[in-house]
Design a binder for this molecule. Structure first.
Ligand code: C5J
Length: 224
């Protein structure tokens, strides 16, 4: 596998590919398709679709380079025992987490809306982390899975940039992982938030990590 230099901001980053993983955050129907959680909150879900093709390319490059690829899904148990009332209460009753929508119960595990979009379906051996919160480390076994495999660098794609992607990068940064946000493989319902969230990652010498484009990431991780 060897080492690779990823062209990134605020500086290029040399990584050991055997210790680098790709994590794809919440590319679920509930966020990207009409009738799900994102739409229930009043968002234009079509704004997230720009991330699909860059995600697909980065996943393909990571698979070709034999990197560990992980996927996350935000959602709750059918009995909603893991859904904090403060989170559930934030929408109209008919549009809340657990309410029935066109893709099944909103943001509930096992429902159609909870699935990862078919374009980015995990392959058989790729771990899928079900998380009740925004950050992928909160109440999951992600950290153990990464540490047990010796992972120290994380390429991060997915949605939405300023919510679950950013929270996960902050959690990972505090745990000592080097995070590289793949800019065009992330998206937000608010383009201005997408930009400023990435600016925040790379500001102050990379206070939360690095930001790179999908082409540069693919060029670095795909086998030559
Ligand atoms: C949100 C997420 N935006 N995956 N979740 O509620 O970013």
């Amino acid at each position: 596998m060897g080492e690779a230099v990823i062209k990134a901001e605020p500086s290029a980053l040399r990584v050991d590919l055997a210790r680098t993983a790709l994590i794809v955050i919440d590319m679920q129907r509930d966020f990207l398709e009409p009738g799900g959680f994102g739409a229930a909150l009043g968002n234009d879900v079509s704004l997230l679709r720009s991330a699909i093709e860059p995600c697909r390319r980065v996943i393909a490059a990571a698979r070709a380079g034999k990197l560990l690829v992980l996927h996350t899904r935000e959602g709750h148990r059918p009995d909603m025992s893991d859904a904090p009332p403060a989170k559930v209460e934030r929408a109209e009753p008919q549009l809340r987490i657990g309410a029935r929508g066109p893709m099944g119960r909103i943001l509930i595990r096992g429902e159609q809306g909870h699935d990862i979009i078919p374009e980015l379906a995990p392959s058989g051996d790729e771990p899928v982390i079900d998380k009740p919160g925004k950050g992928a480390f909160y109440q999951t076994d992600l950290e153990a899975m990464l540490r047990n495999r010796g992972i120290v660098n994380l390429l991060v794609c997915g949605v939405t940039t300023e919510v679950c992607v950013h929270t996960t990068i902050r959690e990972a940064n505090d745990r000592g992982f080097r995070c590289i946000a793949v800019a065009d493989a992330c998206a937000s319902y608010f383009p201005a938030f997408h930009k400023v969230a990435l600016d925040m990652v790379k500001a102050q010498g990379g206070i939360f990590g690095w930001v790179a484009g999908s082409e540069d990431v693919c060029a670095a991780i795909a086998p030559s």
